[in-house]
Design a protein around this ligand. Structure first.
Ligand SMILES: [Zn+2]
Length: 341
């Protein structure tokens, strides 16, 4: 799922209010600012090319795509299900429990054998279809672990995205870093990429120099990071991990391909650092709550997107508290009061 329009827009210029920041933060400021100054080539540019839902499209010699009929603000045109290989195939992210979508997948692989059903993470727009597809085809469900959050809930805290979570998913075999599954002419290797969700995996297909990046890196928008299921610190580490990899194309969980993946990864890192700098700036300037920070750093935000913006700020604040740059009482929460550390 993506963060909708909230990150498509506004970044206030980074004018630092240094008052109130403790020494460690002051020491880090020049570094943060320098790392924010990267070339125009690394600016975040979205590609909102819309893959059509409701039919199987051959994309490359090894990859076919079917987009599920679950379009929406965070799913864009719908979840992308990928079929990898010919004859003996893997299906990546069978999507929601949609009879219409699952019928299309089965139609697309008629006469072939589904040997593996791979799942990137346990959001309901990606994983529930795995069980239905397994019942129909007998393929083994492999991939991410059963659902787990990045941290346990704080006292009185509820997970705002609980309804989006698939707690019934249980793989036949859990894949960890570098675990592989293979068939004739293809091999898929797990790349642990926590952040959007703690159990998130991407899958590398070296035969086509491709990475199935699921909801970690997408072309149409930035991804949702919502604690406690998601973690900004883990997300940034997972972006760093992709830097320098040699895939030339990413097939994401929503929207069209990421055609210059290394540039996109750099732009996402840059974008998040800028957002972090804006939040630190507001805390230093006296803002103490998430609504106040959202109002200050997102100009012209549609009312429907205030909640999503609040989650994004929350994820950054949690990370800043962990790093000792911002303070709060107890576990960081959406309702928390934040101050300079
Ligand atoms: Zn997701």
């Amino acid at each position: 799922m993506g963060e909708t329009a909230i990150d498509g827009g506004v970044q206030r210029s980074i004018g630092w209010a240094r008052a109130g920041l403790k020494n460690e933060a002051r020491r880090l400021l020049p570094k943060l600012l320098t790392s924010s100054r990267i070339s125009m080539a690394d600016d975040l540019v979205f590609d909102t090319d819309q893959p059509p839902a409701g039919r199987c499209e051959p994309l490359t010699p090894l990859v076919r795509r079917i987009v599920a009929p679950n379009s929406g603000p965070v799913t864009f045109t719908g979840t992308c299900t990928y079929i990898v290989g010919r004859g003996q195939v893997a299906v990546i992210d069978p999507g929601p429990d949609s009879p219409e979508h699952l019928a299309l997948i089965q139609e697309a692989v008629r006469g072939e054998t589904v040997t593996h059903i791979l799942v990137s993470h346990t959001h309901r727009d990606h994983s529930p279809g795995a069980r239905v597809l397994q019942a129909a085809t007998g393929g083994r469900i492999v991939g991410c672990s059963a659902h787990r959050a990045a941290r346990s809930l704080g006292a009185g805290e509820v997970s705002v995205l609980e309804a989006s979570t698939d707690r019934d998913y249980a793989p036949d075999e859990e894949m960890r870093e570098d675990d592989t599954v293979e068939g004739p002419g293809w091999r898929l290797t797990a790349v642990e990429t926590p952040g959007h969700m703690a159990n998130h995996l991407a899958f590398a297909l070296p035969q086509e120099s491709t990475l199935f990046s699921a909801d970690h890196v997408m072309a149409w928008n930035t991804t949702v990071i919502a604690p406690p299921d998601g973690s900004m610190g883990a997300f940034m580490a997972s972006l760093d991990k992709l830097r320098g990899r040699d895939e030339t194309l990413y097939w994401p969980g929503h929207g069209g391909p990421v055609r210059e993946p290394q540039r996109m990864v750099r732009a996402l890192i840059h974008h998040r650092r800028q957002r972090e700098a804006s939040i630190l700036n507001r805390i230093a300037a006296g803002d103490r709550t998430i609504p106040a920070i959202v109002a200050a750093i997102y100009a012209n935000l549609k009312p429907a997107l205030v909640g999503a913006a609040g989650l994004s700020v929350f994820a950054h604040l949690e990370d800043l508290v962990e790093r000792g740059l911002v303070a709060t009482e107890g576990t960081p929460t959406l309702q928390g009061v934040y101050r300079p550390a």
